[in-house]
Design a protein around this ligand. Structure first.
Ligand code: HEM
Length: 179
């Protein structure tokens, strides 16, 4: 097997941290939205909303760091044993994931700015997204689109995890690059 080059340690830590955050955001988002739809309000619903907004906004900030890393450091090259078609498929999937990981939290942030529902806890508020007016109808539309993008993200993540598991089972070294 050709020598496998791993991602830098900071990149790997960021990857697994964000994986835990996004895999938490998806069920928490679905749970809180279903409670809101069923008109169940109270401390649990509020906590779900607060943590979702805080975690989602952190994902957005971490994505900026990640894009910076990608531009400055670049991903290590794939081993030459990986077919070119698979390399192209993997890169395309990763670009789509990056795009969705920027657009999805931006839509959530725009929604809470328009609603407005920027409070996290106590005196701690998220900043308002510049240029987004206070408009409840706009907020509803933004939340609906946010939900659609979150589901597209979930589908792509399922594909990404399946591909990673396949590499792990084959032991071709690709999975170890991010371990
Ligand atoms: C990668 C980041 C994010 C993911 C994966 C995500 C995922 C989700 C999901 C799955 C839902 C449920 C959709 C539905 O069933 O209607 C949801 C709802 C929601 N998200 Fe996010 N979200 C993210 C970031 C954010 C951010 C940054 C904010 C705000 C700062 C936010 C605010 C909301 C709000 C307020 C709702 C509820 C909308 C409603 O009640 O109709 N999300 N999110």
């Amino acid at each position: 097997m050709s020598q496998i080059q791993k991602y830098p340690i900071g990149w790997r830590v960021l990857h697994w941290l964000m994986a835990v955050m996004v895999l938490t955001l998806l069920p928490v988002g679905l749970w809180m939205a279903s409670r809101a739809e069923a008109n169940i309000w109270g401390s649990l619903t509020n906590t779900l909303y607060s943590s979702h907004k805080a975690l989602g906004f952190t994902v957005l900030l971490l994505m900026l760091v990640r894009i910076g890393l990608k531009i400055r450091v670049g991903a290590p090259p794939y081993p030459s044993t990986l077919p070119r078609s698979l390399q192209i498929a993997a890169k395309s999937l990763h670009h789509c994931l990056y795009l969705l990981l920027i657009i999805t939290p931006m839509l959530g942030w725009a929604g809470v700015t328009a609603y407005p529902a920027l409070i996290i806890v106590g005196d701690f508020y998220l900043p308002a997204m510049p240029g987004v007016p206070e408009d409840a109808a706009l907020a509803e539309r933004l939340f609906a689109i946010h939900g659609v993008f979150a589901l597209m993200l979930a589908v792509l993540l399922a594909g990404h995890i399946a591909a990673a598991l396949r590499h792990m089972l084959r032991g071709d070294g690709i999975f170890r690059r991010m371990l």
